[in-house]
Design a protein around this ligand. Structure first.
Ligand code: ATP
Length: 229
C-alpha cells in the first residue's frame, strides 16, 4: 500500500540548528503514531514538516496528496467570535458556502460535546473546551490524517481524558493519528507505534508494546525510565 508519508533522509535546519537529521520514515493509513522525546528533540518540527508548514532542507518527502490533513496545536488559535463561527470559518475557508458551514459547525460541536456552548465566545472557553473546539474544527474537515502537537499538555486530568477519548474515537473511525506527547501513559493508551527522537534523530521506532517492553537503545531507555518516575 502506498504510504501516506514517505521520508528519505529528511533534514530540517533553522539557521545553525539542525532540528531533524537524516530522518527515514514511512507512515501508513490507519496508524496511530506517537512522537516522544525531550524538549527540543524535534517532535514539533517533524509534525510541522509532515503537515507542509516546514520545508525539508535536505532529503525527500513524499505525501499522499489524496489524503486530507488537519493539524492541532497545543494552544489552539481562537478567533474573537463564538464557537460555531470558529468551526464554520475553517470550512468556509475550504470553499464551503457560509450557511452550510454554520450548519455543519453545529454537528461538529455536537460531536465533541460542545453544542450547548455554540454561541459562547471561543476565547472565553476553558483550555479543555478550546481544545475540543479545535478538534471539532479539525473533524469538520473530515481529515484522513490528524496531526496533533501535544494536544493535552496544558489540560487538567478531566479535560485530558475527554480529548483522549475523542482522539481514540477518531482513530476508531479510521483516521490516522500522529501526535507528540510527554505523557507516556497517554502514548500507551493511544498509540500503535512509538517514535523516540533525540536531538533531531529517530533513535527508536517500534510498535507500542515493544517500545514499552524493551530492549531500547540506551538513550531511549533512560528517557522512558526518567519519564515514568
Ligand atoms: N522556527 C524555528 N526557528 C529556529 N529554531 C527552531 C524553530 N523551530 C524549532 N527550532 C529549534 O529546533 C529544535 C527542535 O525544536 P522542536 O520544537 O521541534 O522540539 P520539540 O521536541 O517539539 O520540543 P518541545 O517538547 O519543547 O515542544 C530546537 O532546538 C528548537 O529550538
Amino acid at each position: 500500500m502506498k504510504p501516506l508519508f514517505d521520508l528519505k533522509t529528511v533534514g530540517v535546519t533553522f539557521g545553525k540548528v539542525q532540528a531533524i537529521k537524516a530522518c527515514d520514515l514511512r507512515i501508513q493509513a490507519g496508524e496511530r503514531v506517537a512522537l516522544v522525546g525531550s524538549n527540543g528533540s524535534g517532535k514539533s518540527t517533524l509534525l510541522r514538516t509532515l503537515h507542509g508548514l516546514v520545508r525539508p532542507s535536505t532529503g525527500s518527502l513524499q505525501v499522499d496528496v489524496a489524503a486530507r490533513q488537519a493539524m492541532l496545536f497545543q494552544h489552539p488559535y481562537m478567533l474573537r467570535a463564538n464557537a460555531q463561527t470558529n468551526v464554520a470559518l475553517g470550512m468556509w475557508l475550504k470553499g464551503m458556502a457560509w450557511k452550510k458551514a454554520t450548519t455543519q459547525a453545529l454537528s461538529a460541536l455536537e460531536r465533541v460535546g460542545l453544542l450547548a456552548l455554540a454561541q459562547r465566545n471561543a476565547k472565553a472557553l476553558s483550555g479543555g473546551q478550546q481544545q475540543r473546539l479545535a478538534l471539532a474544527r479539525a473533524w469538520a474537515l473530515r481529515p484522513d490524517v490528524l496531526l496533533l502537537d501535544e494536544p493535552t499538555a496544558s489540560l487538567d486530568p478531566a479535560a485530558k481524558r475527554e480529548v483522549e477519548a475523542l482522539m481514540a474515537e477518531f482513530a476508531q473511525s479510521g483516521m490516522t493519528l500522529i501526535f507528540s506527547s510527554h505523557n507516556l501513559g497517554q502514548v500507551k493508551r493511544l498509540a500503535s507505534r512509538v517514535i523516540y527522537l533525540e536531538q533531531g534523530r529517530l533513535l527508536a521506532d517500534l510498535p507500542t508494546h515493544d517500545f514499552f517492553n524493551g530492549p531500547l537503545p540506551p538513550e531511549a531507555e533512560i528517557f522512558v525510565k526518567g519519564e515514568l518516575v
